[in-house]
Design a binder for this molecule. Structure first.
Ligand code: OAD
Length: 234
């Protein structure tokens, strides 16, 4: 059976990275129209770079937690069929899944650790700090931006994600509030394909009613327990 896992900010909360919509979350501190839209970037690129520079610094100081590590174990030990046994999709722009050791993480909202040239489309590893006048290493244009997906832009890897959802027998959402599409619609796509669906989240979310089963608690506790159960059941 193929498993698709979708993670959100809640899986990195115990690593010290802030979530978006919890009390005191990032979207309570910042106006997302100013820092997470192409229009906001056009108006004030310095402000947007400062926001992502601060988040990149937090990410580099953070460490993966027990939930990230449990998913590495699952990728290693879950039996593979012809398509590969586990597809890990994250909405997170942090690199904690990779630093825990997960192979082949699908970053549908991009990565803080990567930079993108808005003029020529080149991508490269982001330095610790990015600034509006940084030239693109490929074409020299001063149009560099973090390689993250903003509101109003199309998430990455949607074809690959759609194919995995159509094949999967189990879909698990971890630490996501289910308020941002298209990710919030994955549970319905997986159900339509006949998959069993499970939500693991601190508390019930807006989309809990769409899942077959819901377990609440901190990811650092409930994700390793879920992986243990799944691997024991084989
Ligand atoms: P949210 O901040 O909307 O939701 C985080 C979820 O994690 C909430 O449902 C919390 O209850 C839960 N949570 C908090 N701490 C937890 C813990 N220790 N263990 C388990 N769950 C916990 O974050 P996302 O759903 O990831 O997109 O947000 C989706 C997208 O909205 C982000 O990728 C970002 C944001 O705007 C863009 O910037 C395009």
């Amino acid at each position: 059976m193929e498993i698709v896992i979708l993670t959100g900010a809640g899986i990195s909360a115990e690593s010290g990275l802030g979530t978006f919509r919890d009390k005191g979350g990032l979207w309570a501190q910042y106006d997302l129209r100013e820092v997470a839209t192409p229009e906001g970037f056009a108006r004030n690129p310095g402000l947007v770079h400062d926001f992502y520079n601060a988040r990149r610094a937090n990410m580099r100081a953070a460490r993966p937690n027990a939930a990230h590590r449990a998913l590495v174990r699952l990728a290693r030990d879950w039996p593979r069929d012809g398509h590969g046994g586990l597809t890990l999709i994250t909405q997170n722009v942090d690199d904690l899944h990779e630093r825990a050791g997960s192979p082949d993480v699908i970053h549908m909202h991009g990565e803080l650790g990567r930079a993108l040239c808005a003029a020529c489309g080149a991508r490269w590893d982001a330095p610790d700090e990015m600034h509006p006048l940084d030239p693109c290493p490929a074409c020299g244009a001063r149009a560099t931006r973090p390689d993250v997906v903003w509101f109003g832009e199309i998430p990455y890897h949607m074809e690959r994600i759609g194919a995995a959802l159509r094949r999967c027998g189990l879909f698990v959402a971890i630490g996501t509030s289910g308020q941002v599409y298209p990710a919030a619609g994955f549970v319905a796509e997986a159900r339509a394909a006949g998959a069993d669906t499970l939500e693991l989240n601190l508390e019930r979310s807006q989309t809990s009613h769409l899942f077959d089963r819901v377990e609440t608690g901190k990811a650092g506790r409930i994700v390793p327990a879920f992986v243990d159960r799944l691997l024991q059941a084989g």
